[in-house]
Ligand binder design. Structure first.
Ligand code: BLA
Length: 316
C-alpha cells in the first residue's frame, strides 16, 4: 500500500505548467477527480460568470517529476463567490485526490462548499459537505436557514454512503447535519453514487448562492469574515492532506499552495492566529502549536445527527 504518512519532503519540488483539458465531464469515469471539477465548472458557468484568478497561472499544473503524479490547480471568482478552486492529484491508477471548495464573499453567510476525496485502490476517504459558517449544533437559526430544506437530500446519501467511523473530534464543528463522511474499499459503484451526491450538493450550493441576499448590517458582515477566517485558519493548519502534499511537492511549495491557493484568505481576511481561535492546541512547554491534528482524539463512531438534523452526539 502507498505510504501516505507524514515525513520530511523528498525534495521533488520542480513543477511544470500543463494546459487544462476542458473535457466534458460526461466523457470521464466517476473515479476521476477531473469529472467532478469539470461538472462543477460547467454547472457554475450556467448560472454565473467565472473569472480565472491570477494565481491559477502559477500553480495551474504541477508535476512531480520523478513519479507519474500530476497535480492540477484551478481557481476562479464569481459574483458572490470569493474563491472557487480545485486541486486534483492524479497518481495514475494508484492514487486520486480531489480538494474542491467554494468560498462565498463575506457579504453573505452562505456555507462553504467542501468536497475532499482521497482514493487508493484499497480505500476511499470522502468528505462532502456544505460546511456551515456557524456551528449548527449551537446556531439553531443558521441551521434552519440553510439545512432544513436539504435534510431529505442528506438523508438519501447518509444511507447510500454510510458514516465513515470515528473522526477527528474537532472537525465536527465544521460539518453540517448533511455532511457525507464516508470510507469504502474503492469501487466504481460507490464512485457513481458519490458523483451523483457531488452533483446534487453542488447544485444545492449554487442555489443557495443564487438566492442569497447581501448583509445589510456591517457588523454581521464582519462576523462572516471572521467565521471564514477561522475556518481557513483551521484547514490551513490541520487539513489531513498536508503531509502528503509536502511529500509530493516539497515543504516550501506545499506551504505556498496551502496558504496562497487552497486556503487563500488565511493571511488577509483577519489577523487572529491559529492559537487565538484554537487555544487548546498551545503547547504548555514552549507556546508552539501542538502538531497533532486533534487534541481531543477521534470520536463519533456513528452519525451524530438524526434524520431531523438534530445533533445526537456528545458535545465535546
Ligand atoms: C483523511 N480527511 C481525512 C479525514 C478527514 C478528512 C475527516 C479522516 C481523518 C480525520 O479524522 O481527521 C477531511 N477534515 C477533512 C475535511 C475537513 C476536516 C475536508 O476537518 C474540513 C473541515 N485529503 C485531502 C487531500 C489529501 C487528503 C487534498 O483532502 C491529500 C493531498 C488525504 N485525507 C487524506 C489522507 C487521509 C485523509 C491521506 C488519511 C490519513 C489520515 O487520517 O491522516
Amino acid at each position: 500500500p502507498i505510504d501516505y504518512s507524514s515525513e520530511e519532503s523528498s525534495g521533488l519540488s520542480d513543477f511544470e505548467v500543463d494546459e487544462y483539458e476542458a473535457i466534458s465531464y460526461m466523457n470521464l469515469k466517476s473515479g476521476n477527480p477531473k469529472k467532478f471539477v469539470n461538472f462543477a465548472l460547467e454547472e457554475a458557468q450556467l448560472q454565473t460568470t467565472l473569472t480565472p484568478l491570477p494565481y491559477q497561472e502559477k500553480v495551474r499544473s504541477m508535476k512531480v517529476k520523478d513519479e507519474k503524479t500530476v497535480l492540477h490547480a484551478l481557481s476562479y471568482k464569481a459574483p458572490k463567490i470569493r474563491l472557487l478552486r480545485s486541486l486534483t492529484i492524479d497518481g495514475s491508477s494508484s492514487m486520486q485526490v480531489l480538494d474542491f471548495a467554494g468560498i462565498p464573499d463575506p457579504m453573505f453567510d452562505i456555507p462553504i462548499f467542501c468536497a475532499n476525496f482521497f482514493t487508493i485502490p484499497s480505500l476511499s476517504i470522502i468528505v462532502l459537505d456544505l460546511n456551515p459558517l456557524y456551528d449548527t449544533r449551537t446556531w439553531q437559526d443558521y441551521k434552519e436557514k440553510y439545512y432544513l430544506n436539504l435534510l431529505p437530500l442528506g438523508q438519501k446519501y447518509a444511507v447510500l454512503l454510510p458514516w465513515g467511523e470515528k473522526i477527528t473530534s474537532e472537525s465536527l464543528s465544521f460539518f453540517s447535519p448533511i455532511v457525507i463522511w464516508t470510507k469504502y474499499a474503492t469501487n466504481q459503484f460507490k464512485h457513481d453514487i458519490l458523483f451523483s451526491a457531488f452533483m446534487d450538493y453542488f447544485k444545492a450550493w449554487l442555489e443557495l448562492v443564487d438566492q442569497a441576499l447581501p448583509e445589510t448590517n456591517s457588523l454581521q458582515m464582519l462576523h462572516n469574515k471572521e467565521a471564514q477566517h477561522r475556518y481557513l485558519t483551521w484547514r490551513a493548519e490541520k487539513d489531513p492532506g498536508h503531509p502528503l502534499l509536502k511529500k509530493l511537492v516539497g515543504e516550501d511549495l506545499a506551504r505556498d499552495v496551502v496558504r496562497s491557493f487552497l486556503f487563500e484568505g488565511v493571511d488577509s481576511l483577519g489577523t487572529k492566529t491559529f492559537l487565538d481561535y484554537f487555544p487548546q492546541y498551545k503547547c504548555i512547554e514552549d507556546g508552539s502549536i501542538n502538531q497533532k491534528r486533534s487534541v481531543i482524539g477521534k470520536s463519533y463512531e456513528t452519525r451524530p445527527w438524526n434524520a431531523k438534523g438534530e445533533f445526537i452526539g456528545e458535545m465535546i
